[in-house]
Design a protein around this ligand. Structure first.
Ligand SMILES: [Zn+2]
Length: 228
């Protein structure tokens, strides 16, 4: 029981609006969290452009790794869900497919908003189907001082890392903050989504060090080539 309570708390921390320390992950399995909102970080689990995608969520284990690095799942959750996934590979595959379907719907919805066009009904339907499933598990829980949001119940649900994502997406889409979401200007190789928090709304790249420099170097090379 105590273990379950710990799991609930970990799920409750992120996605309920509080910032939590993210476990530092390095190496090939390290995901990037530069989006500024949980749902955008999740959309960015596909590297490369949508036309030339590099899938980062290749297995259910990858989804667990992302949930852990996002601060949604603690180690106990990861072990427990990993065990269930190993025993029920078909259910795990379905959970992964559901996760990437939600992710792609989110990407298209946000891309539509950025472009100033209405999102497609089918994409909103995907989000709106995930939303009640998520919110069903949201509770107000007591803390030492006051109360806070907590995700609870169905500890063995293989899609539980999607609950805070669905809520994050819904919150973002109905807020004025959505007007500050940008697509990385390195469209050919990246196309990540992020909140532009700069005062003059001038951020163009998900990361200046990677995409910004790469794009500038490519333009510089193209100019040199043209000048020859
Ligand atoms: Zn980028």
């Amino acid at each position: 029981m105590a273990e379950e309570a710990t799991g609930q708390e970990a799920v409750g921390q992120r996605g309920a609006g509080q910032a939590t320390a993210r476990p530092e992950a390095t190496g090939e399995n390290a995901f990037d969290f530069s989006g500024g909102e949980l749902c955008l970080d999740f959309a960015n689990t596909l590297s490369g452009s949508r036309e030339h995608p590099k899938e980062r969520l290749k297995s259910y284990q990858d989804l667990l790794a992302w949930g852990s690095q996002a601060g949604i799942l603690n180690d106990e959750d990861v072990r427990y869900l990993g065990r269930i996934a190993a025993e029920h590979p078909r259910r795990a595959a379905a959970a992964l497919a559901g996760a990437t379907a939600l992710r792609e719907a989110l990407f298209r919805i946000v891309a539509s908003v950025i472009a100033g066009t209405p999102p497609k009904d089918e994409d909103l339907a995907t989000l709106n189907a995930a939303l009640p499933r998520a919110l069903e598990h949201l509770r107000v829980a007591p803390r030492a001082k006051g109360c806070e949001w907590e995700w609870t119940g169905e500890e063995g649900a293989l899609d539980r890392m999607l609950w805070p994502i669905a809520r994050s997406a819904a919150d973002l889409l109905v807020s004025s903050e959505v007007q500050r979401v940008r697509r990385c200007a390195n469209r050919e190789e990246c196309d990540w989504l992020f909140i532009d928090a700069t005062r003059n709304r001038s951020r163009r790249w998900c990361d200046m060090r990677s995409c910004g420099n790469r794009t500038k170097a490519r333009r510089h090379y193209a100019r040199k080539k043209a000048a020859r």
